[in-house]
Ligand binder design. Sequence first.
Ligand SMILES: *Cc1c(COP(=O)(O)O)cnc(C)c1O
Length: 485
Amino acid sequence: MTPRLPDREEFRHALELVLARAQTYLSEVDELPVRQAGADEAAHHFRGPLPEVGDGASAAIRELLDQGSPSVIASSGPRFFHFVIGGVTPAALAADWMASIFDQVAGAWVTSPLAVQLELTSIEWLKQLFGLAPDCSGIMTSGAMMANFTGLTAARQWWGMQHDVDIATDGFAGLPKVPVFSSGYLHASSIKALAMLGIGRAQAQLLQVDAVGRLDLDALEEALRALDGAPAILIANAGEVNAGDFDPLPEMADLAQRYGAWLHVDGAFGLFAAVSPRSAHLVRGIERADSVTVDGHKWLNVPYDCGFSFVRDATLLARPLTLRADYLPDPEGKDAPLSNRAPESSRRARSLTVWATLRAYGRAGVRTQVERHLDLAQRMAQAVDRSAILERLAEVPLNIVCFRCNPGGLDEPALDALNSRLGAALIEDGRVFAGLTRYGGRVALRPAIVNWRTRPEDIDLLIEVLQELAASLIEEYQRSGSEAP
Ligand SMILES: *Cc1c(COP(=O)(O)O)cnc(C)c1O
């Protein structure tokens, strides 16, 4: 058997196949259903053993395009409101192809002056865009999860130093538990980061005044006072995922200052409130945070994966994150690698996409996009309010609308059952996606608007499809005469 090997001649045809499909997909995605019939079966095509001899690049790529396309979820299209998943701008997509073509490693200047310079420039631009403290440093990560990990790594190092312990070197032995406080809005990724950091999931104390999760500011002050001068970590949530609400940053910054605590802010998508005067009040005080998380692949609409971690005192990251080896660049030298501030070692050149999209559209472009989404969220809220069978559950401060189906006459358990079925029916239907959550204990939908492609008619379609699916569930339930749907 003669093995098939990579061949320089293969590039042209393989890339032409992809480019041709890209043109079609990108021109059709606005009107495509989010999920096509047969998506699961199409994915199953890719089960099977390791081939002994390959078929070459063209055959592999053609198989991927032909057999794989039906199982692509159009999450980069305008009708995807599930989770908080951004689209991709043309500039960012083209730059992402370049990142792969040049295959740059954004570790140090020596591996890619281009990637490193673009990262440094983009980080400065983002600080200006969001109004962050001019003296903070920043680093690109794979997303907000790893940005939370990075910011909380700095927090952990700081906390240890308050106890005269260098945790990166000596670990936690002999230290008390780390007090971590947040509201009920705390994102799952911060809790995961606490687990990864050895602080422990259970250390997150959620101080909330209601079932929705709003911060109990008095309880927070009491808890800090009770520590009697011992250091603590506060995590503020700038944009929570159920309804897009915000913890009170200025008050939390005041408490952090008064009691000597670290203030970490998770603004994965919510920090984009800063770019419009209509919403900037929501993130007032952000420049006082010790560490800040933002996502790139959500509202900035660069491709997966990309996030940003900003840390006020970057020297705290040196001990936990520096790689030392004789063959690596000197961590104290002037070309100290970016990887010494990032959780990874080798890193994709995400900076190409971020720079390209900021260069292509500028501050005004980002602001206009965010304001369009604020308008679309209000349009959705109004449609919900007009509907006889939909019920809005929360205010809409930003880009998420939290609501449920409530035709009247059903108790809470029956409403939860109805809405769970509605959520599942929506995904099964596939025309347009939104996800379920529990808001104050009630099963609810929480569509989020973060894609530059989304138009008013896509918002209307979501409401239309939901009402159609809800009507048939209600009818089925009335026909069966059962107590619960
Ligand atoms: C999405 C999100 C995260 C996690 O981000 P990834 O991009 O999935 O890593 C963290 N916090 C908040 C508030 C988020 O919305």
